[in-house]
Design a protein. Structure first.
Length: 660
């Protein structure tokens, strides 16, 4: 078979695959696709439209898995203040975002491709059902991209024809956001009713994907309109509720996972973690559409990156504090909270989803020994020594026993790995099989890999089951749409409609908590005192306590997936999330403290050199005269685009409009 270059995906047997680089389409030989030959048969319509699947991994979308580290889907949560980046501060908290001259997500390439396909639906090649199906597919992709455009730029040109030098729309103005959004919703509703008239194969866009897009888009648009004072949001809340319910009635089971620890007991919240560390998501409950990798044709560097020194994502202490205790209460009110003066206490009795996002603390010993000396499986390094975990009653192995002991055999592991042998195991290792002796592990102390500055190393995509041996063979699939997001959309939507009850909590949030091993949300117990530290909107008003808990659940369940920057902006609460001073764990180690910038919070008692305290990486942005500014709610329309088309002026508030 000939290989045809077609951008960032692979199609094999009706299934789509993605990689970080340009890939190929392996099909029967066809000539290069052009408008003249792409619409001759049903299959050539398919061939032409496969490229649109790449938009789900487009680097301009901060929920996408296009690249690794802080430039991946972590980026949206870093910008939102949920996560930190080793070595640099959030650009939105220190006013380093500069006007864009080009790019910046202002891209209509996918829109043009869709419009070309739509313009050929009446060529007489397709049956009536096939025509409806491809119109629906086109509307889905067109709408998904417009959802992103209006989130970034607000008012954007509406383009639903194939542009040429002669078409008046080529230099058209920006259409008001509300008009564009209404067109998007109208198209999505039509697509939902017509897309399943044909089936293009497993893991391709279908009615459930359209419903998931409506759930996401309608909630995003409704809350933006509500909290940014645009009005006319009820129809969007209604759409979110309607199409979320359709999915909830079909996807009734959450993935529980298959992971077991050394004692044979399930690892807490295994299903939560394994959605991102599993060889194949095919048939996994709740997964609606996923990015499928088919090694060696396609692979990623997600797990590889989190084994090595290049990884640069960590979590600040204020986000750690957002995780509830297992009794469903906040750290302010839970009797289970063990404090934060040592890392073991900080993690103890907490929502186990924390363990799958932030590497739990551990300490291990290395030295010569024999198998008879070991109380647990071991990691052989060179045949002369063993990696020995502490004795069974040693507190340093508390989380080793919870997550399971690392008995990975590196490059000797059977091809394909074995999920039961450990998605995440402690002690950890790099891709060269070198072990990490302890966590937390700070930059500058010991080996370079899996080190950070806060002490809270993010490892959401770290997997032990994949082959090691200094080669980036990460093969885990990634979900694009899953029922967990839909449940959270529905819960928030019903609250905004004044309909959130215990019954709704049980159908949504409490399903997620049950899988994680966290006590149920009891709505009647959530009063002003439930979390005295809950956040505010940009006006300084405290968020309603029930809404705060719904938003907390969304933050925790979707942590690291990039939704944060969308969320804090649509809630108009970016100041509270982004303006906080980032700091790390408490430490009494003089050497550690001497190696970090120690900045006391405003009003704190000055600390002598070497005194115990939290690790403050940066100054308070607000106290430094910096912090979030309102112009960041919308992106800058690239100034070069305004020069090319002056009808795009004026730019969004706060951004420059070129005059020539």
């Amino acid at each position: 078979m000939k290989k045809i270059i077609i951008s960032a995906f692979i199609v094999l047997s009706g299934t789509f695959f993605f990689s970080c680089d340009d890939d190929f389409l392996d099909r029967e030989p066809v000539t290069d696709l052009s408008e003249a030959n792409a619409f001759l048969t049903y299959s050539t319509y398919q061939d032409y439209m496969w490229k649109c699947y790449a938009m789900f991994s487009d680097k301009s979308i901060v929920t996408s898995t296009n690249t690794t580290g802080s430039e991946s889907c972590y980026r949206g949560d870093f910008w939102a203040g949920y996560l930190g980046k080793t070595g640099s501060q959030n650009q939105y908290s220190i006013k380093t975002v500069t006007p864009s001259t080009d790019d910046n997500g202002w891209d209509f390439g996918y829109i043009r491709r869709v419009n070309i396909m739509l313009s050929h639906l009446d060529d007489g090649v397709l049956t009536a059902d096939e025509t409806d199906h491809w119109r629906a597919v086109g509307y889905l992709f067109h709408s998904f991209w417009y959802m992103e455009l209006i989130d970034r730029f607000n008012d954007v040109p509406w383009v639903d024809v194939v542009l040429t030098d002669e078409t008046p729309e080529n230099l058209g103005p920006r259409m008001p956001r509300k008009e564009v959004a209404d067109k998007v919703l109208e198209r999505l509703i039509w697509a939902e009713a017509n897309i399943d008239k044909k089936n293009d194969g497993d893991n391709t866009v279908n009615g459930d994907v359209v419903r998931a897009v409506i759930s996401r888009f309608a909630l995003r648009e409704a809350t933006w309109r509500k909290y940014h004072g645009l009005g006319d949001f009820d129809k969007y809340f209604t759409a979110c509720a309607t199409y979320s319910e359709k999915l909830m009635s079909k996807y009734t089971t959450l993935y529980k996972g298959v992971d077991k620890n050394a004692a044979g007991n399930p690892v807490p919240a295994a299903g939560y973690g394994e959605l991102w560390t599993t060889p194949s998501l095919k048939g996994i409950p709740g997964v609606i559409l996923y990015k499928e990798l088919d090694y060696p044709l396609t692979s990623s560097r997600f797990s590889d990156y989190e084994h090595i020194a290049a990884h640069d994502v960590e979590m600040p202490k204020h986000t750690i504090d957002m995780y509830l205790c297992k009794d469903g209460k906040t750290i302010s009110n839970s009797s289970l909270y063990a404090g934060d003066k040592d890392p073991y206490a900080t993690f103890r009795n907490r929502d186990p989803r924390l363990y799958h996002v932030v590497q739990p603390p551990f300490k291990a010993l290395s030295g010569k020994g024999t198998d008879a000396d070991l109380t647990a499986p071991y990691l052989p390094s060179d045949g002369n020594w063993h990696y020995v975990t502490p004795a069974a009653d040693d507190p340093d192995r508390e989380y080793i026993d919870i997550m399971g002991i690392n008995n990975a055999q590196g490059s000797s592991r059977p091809a394909g790995g074995d999920p039961a042998q450990g998605m995440k195991r402690l002690p950890t290792q790099n891709w060269g099989n070198s072990p990490l002796n302890e966590s937390p592990h700070f930059i500058g102390f010991g080996v370079a890999f899996q080190a950070c500055r806060t002490g809270y190393y993010v490892w959401k995509f770290y997997a032990n089951w994949e082959e090691n041996g200094n080669k980036p063979t990460s093969k885990s699939d990634f979900p694009i749409f899953k029922i967990e997001e839909v449940l959270l959309n529905y819960a928030e939507c019903l609250y905004e409609q004044g309909k959130f009850t215990q019954e709704i909590a049980d159908r949504t949030i409490n399903l997620l908590r049950a899988r994680a091993g966290v006590a149920e949300m009891v709505v009647a117990e959530i009063t002003d005192s439930f979390d005295p530290n809950r956040g505010t909107d940009d006006s300084g008003a405290k968020i309603d306590p029930v809404l705060w808990e719904i938003r907390r659940e969304r933050m925790i369940e979707l942590m690291g997936e990039g939704f944060g920057f969308y969320d804090v902006r649509r809630w108009k609460s970016a100041k509270w999330y982004i303006n906080r001073q980032q700091y790390g764990m408490w430490t009494s180690n003089v050497d550690y403290l001497a190696s970090f910038q120690v900045i006391d919070a405003p009003g704190a008692t000055p600390r002598k050199d070497g005194e115990p305290g939290y690790i403050y990486r940066y100054a308070d942005p607000v106290a430094s005269g910096l912090g979030w500014i309102d112009q960041y709610y919308l992106y800058c329309v690239p100034t070069n685009e305004i020069i090319l088309n002056p009808n795009l002026a004026p730019n969004n508030p706060g951004w420059p409009t070129p005059t020539d």
